[in-house]
Design a protein around this ligand. Sequence first.
Ligand SMILES: Cc1ncc(COP(=O)(O)O)c(C=O)c1O
Length: 386
Amino acid sequence: MKSLISKRVASVPPSGIRRFFDIAATMPDVISLGIGEPDFVTPDPILREGIASLKRGETRYTSNSGTAELRAALSEHLQALYGVAYHPEDELLITVGVSEALYLAMTAIIDPGDEVIVPQPCFVAYTAEVVFAGGVPVPIATSVENSFQVTGAEIEACITPRTKAILIGYPNNPTGAVLTRERMLEIAVVAEKHDLLVISDEIYDRLVYGVRHTCFAQLPGMRDRTILLSGFSKDYAMTGWRIGYMAANKELLGAARKVHQYTIMSAPTTAQAAAIVALQHGEEHVQRMVAEYDRRRRLIVSGCNALGLDCFEPRGAFYAFPAVKRSGMDDEEFADRLLAEEHVAVIPGNAFGAGGAGYVRMAYAQSYEKIEQALERMQTFMRRHG
Ligand SMILES: Cc1ncc(COP(=O)(O)O)c(C=O)c1O
């Protein structure tokens, strides 16, 4: 039988991350620095509110947009943190994680052949979602020389009459880079000049170390050009609850909500109740987790550098992205052999697109002690190969 799968879907390779999980799952004693999710359990008050909501019998759909209470709390949160005003009624949409919000954004704005500029290395879903929606991803390789930040000039050089949007994700997965306000302003100028949308995935906005996060929508003139995507998975250790959101002007949000209505109906009800508590009482827990990530971050960065795995200093998210050149291997071989020989799982940088080859992603969303052990194993590995 000939393949009946759509060419668009067939053209996207499976995620390069999964393969490592599958191999690691078959091995005893693996230390995984591969997984991009918090090792913390969701903070207790948030957890309890989820349980309480279920016990109150809140087991039905909510409004398509999400509960009015959560949207009101979110609107206040974004105003307080970033000074950006989103109307809870028609400018905020509660989604099944940023994953769904990303899908909605792409489906809402892309016509066949539209181009979306995607600075890389980046979260593995970005280019796939552009392709699934019928668009054409236009990658830009960022580099360690520029601290893995994309510049306005690099973006401008890629613009064609088909360019519709720029899709950025900072603090960045996999590099841990943050985008300075100056760089953001460069992008804002280009977006304005060429009448482009900016889709900004800010899921790691609260996980920053010694720097302040700037929300793209808070830049002058950018609120109505920005589709802001964010959520609860990383900041509040809520990956399994499947909850996130989109914030955008009424027209853009309305288009996304239409897709959401027909494909999802509403985000998980229990998670919506819990998310209100996250926004209203989660701050001390966020700060506690950030302090712990920061301790691990310093350990892993100095540990890698001491082993000759030159590591750019990540200022956000929970990833280190060291270069593996000194091992004499490329990133694929390094990750394969480190897993086979020392049972430490890391992800090859090329899984994250252009500019990722020669690096590996190590997530420090893993206990301090495990990271210490992983570094010891890597020392043995580098003695053998370095
Ligand atoms: C940059 C980035 N965006 C989005 C997601 C997906 O998040 P969610 O759990 O909200 O769907 C991830 C998860 O790893 C991510 O790293």
